[in-house]
Design a protein around this ligand. Structure first.
Ligand SMILES: [Zn+2]
Ligand SMILES: [Zn+2]
Length: 96
């Protein structure tokens, strides 16, 4: 367990939000798999709208390091992830 008491409030909030996001993504997906390329391994949580306090499941995308890097670097990649998130939403709704 990390001791975050010495950190500034904003940083504590960021850490907490990231932990919550990861839990939500794990619940949502149940797999550690990159939404973009299908890589299974170390997965990061990307906030699609760029707001790391918005932990709505549809704002979260599990991405590998490389795809996450791309998501922050190019507009096109951000669009692609949004499209995939729509597909993903339809898949999860079809499952339910
Ligand atoms: Zn990937
Ligand atoms: Zn991100």
């Amino acid at each position: 367990m990390n001791d975050t008491t010495g950190l500034p409030p904003r940083q504590r909030l960021a850490i907490k939000s990231r932990e919550t996001a990861r839990e939500i993504v794990e619940d949502l997906d149940g797999r550690d798999e990159c939404l973009s390329c299908g890589y299974t391994g170390y997965i990061e949580v990307h906030h699609i709208d760029g707001d790391w306090l918005n932990n709505h499941p549809l704002n979260l995308a599990p991405l590998c390091r490389a795809c996450h890097h791309d998501a922050h670097r190019t507009e096109r990649a951000v669009e692609r992830i949004q499209e995939m998130k729509e597909d993903f939403k339809q898949l999860t709704e079809a499952d339910a």
